[in-house]
Design a protein around this ligand. Structure first.
Ligand code: BES
Ligand code: ZN
Ligand code: ZN
Length: 495
């Protein structure tokens, strides 16, 4: 169910059934700061005077009335000085959750004034918190949550918001679609199914699509992808989506997404302890690239972007690649597959080299659930960024700060390369150092990838921690988070 969103300029509070005030602690002390209308303010004033609501963050207080509005909903923003976009998203999402419990399906939010956040950003954050918070992976559930069907924003300033509101809504809806895809059963999103999805998507939008099948991958020499895929009963696919939103601009950007539709580890089999049961999420990078490509086309963003998505399954079977195998990559370099569970970097190596050679992009960004080590570094809150381009790296960092889909840089010092040596091949897929667990696991993954990007500015984003959440936090839920869609849309907007 899609949420209807409208913005109105007149207050006419009596026309709204469920009226939401987002209130900071300072506002609660100095009620004059809030734009109340006479007939509702007394009730609110009394509630605050009684100390039932203080504006503290993560508090929601609902006042029932006989008249319209039927409910006054107070949601705390915390301290005004600290209040930022993220606090607004959370305050809006907290309301959504309360209303869902009450099976209420509409809400009206009075956009608050927050001195360090611009009006348009306040509106953006409210919509993001509401749509992203109104989510459940309900496909396989008998009893489903109630959804908010209509959100009205009261915004008395004169800015023209209609276009922006439409854009925010489209981005957030695509985040939810990507969450669904990541949460979906592995067997319902095989490489072939993902390729079909991309073809359908391209038909409906202004995207060109091309799918390389197993035969073509072999002809091109992408033996690393084939090696990862060879234990699976589903053939591999490489999906290529092209979006040309700006014919005058010569520059083109490339996104590459890891699309392992299930990562069993291969013969280096994963265990319950290493989280095998969540490994249907190992295509989250691919899902994000699909989501971004679609959203770029829907919003007619004025950039040229190509998305390259290597898809296959990493299975254990009699036909699976054996540890110790030496395989030639698309780039020509040979790889010793020391560990079959380090498969993401193998498929990405072929995809990155192919992307650079075929499209000569100005910058390549890859998104990959590459290492468990990034979870030990940043938990589920921040993605690891490793880059050869300080300029584009700084832009992605800034996009992360704005969207709260944060990235933090780890170094790619040359010293790490010395740890990545094989006596039998040009490079191993796994550095040996580390007794309990590999040392610098996330960096070593990136060091491997860097061998396969010759000269193009490149950013690797390790989303193993951020693409999947083990628990619900505000507007992200246990399961796929859709991480990266808002980040990259913001990146392309501000390039
Ligand atoms: N898909 C995993 C990484 C992963 C781990 C994603 C946990 C999400 C949650 C990746 O293919 C993998 O298995 N990496 C190995 C690399 C190691 C063998 C060098 C890892 O992190 O253990
Ligand atoms: Zn793996
Ligand atoms: Zn993997």
């Amino acid at each position: 169910m899609v949420m209807q969103i409208s913005v109105v300029r007149q207050k006419h509070l009596q026309q709204h059934e469920n009226l939401v005030y987002l209130i900071s602690e300072e506002d609660a002390v100095d009620l004059g700061r809030i734009d109340f209308e006479d007939d509702v303010d007394k009730a609110v004033q009394q509630t605050i005077k009684d100390g039932d609501f203080t504006g503290a963050k993560d508090t929601v207080f609902i006042l029932k009335r006989d008249d319209m509005p039927k409910r006054l909903i107070l949601s705390g923003l915390g301290a005004q000085a600290e209040a930022q976009e993220e606090h607004i998203r959370r305050a809006a999402c907290n309301v959504v959750k309360k209303l869902q419990e009450l099976k209420v399906t509409s809400m009206t939010v009075l956009a608050p004034e927050i001195h360090n956040v611009k009006g348009q950003e306040i509106v953006r954050a409210i919509i993001e918190g509401a749509i992203l918070g109104d989510y459940e992976f309900s496909k396989y559930k008998t009893e489903k949550k109630t959804n908010i069907q209509s959100l009205t924003l009261i915004y008395t300033k004169q800015d023209h918001l209609e276009r922006v509101v439409g854009e925010i809504k489209a981005i957030c809806e695509n985040v939810l679609a990507i969450r669904n895809l990541v949460n979906e059963n592995s067997d319902a999103k095989t490489p072939e199914i993902l390729a079909k999805l991309a073809v359908d998507m391209a038909k409906k939008t202004k995207l060109n699509v091309h799918v390389l099948d197993e035969k073509e991958l072999r002809k091109l020499g992408m033996h690393l992808i084939l090696a990862v895929s060879q234990g699976s009963r589903y053939p591999p696919k490489m999906i290529i989506l092209e979006y040309n939103g700006n014919k005058k601009d010569k520059k083109r950007y490339a996104l590459v997404g890891k699309g392992i539709t299930f990562d069993s580890g291969g013969l280096n089999l994963k265990t319950g302890q290493s989280g095998i049961e969540t490994m249907k999420m190992d295509m989250a990078g691919a899902a994000t690239v699909l989501g971004v490509m679609k959203t770029l086309a829907l919003l007619k963003v004025k950039r040229n972007v190509v998305g390259v998505i290597p898809c296959c399954e990493n299975m254990i079977s009699a036909t699976a690649t054996k540890p110790g195998a030496i395989i030639q990559s698309y780039a020509g370099k040979t790889v010793e597959i020391v560990n079959t569970d380090a498969e993401g970097r193998l498929v990405l190596a072929d995809a990155l080299a192919y992307t650079e050679k075929t499209f000569a992009p100005a910058c390549i960004i890859d998104l990959a659930t590459l290492t468990g080590a990034i979870l030990r570094t940043f938990g589920e809150h921040v993605a690891g960024m490793m880059t050869t381009s300080p300029t584009y790296g700084a832009k992605l960092f800034a996009a992360g700060q704005r969207t709260y889909e944060r990235v933090w840089e780890l170094p790619l010092y040359k010293d790490y390369e010395d740890e990545m040596k094989s006596d039998f091949a040009d490079v191993p897929n796994y550095g040996y150092l580390g007794r309990l667990a590999p040392y610098a696991g996330s960096i070593m993954g990136a060091i491997f990838l860097r061998y396969f990007v010759e000269k193009t500015p490149w950013i690797h984003v390790d989303i193993a921690g951020t693409a999947w959440a083990e628990k619900t936090r505000y507007y992200t839920y246990h399961g796929g988070t859709g991480f990266g869609v808002r980040l990259l849309m913001d990146f392309f907007e501000h390039l």
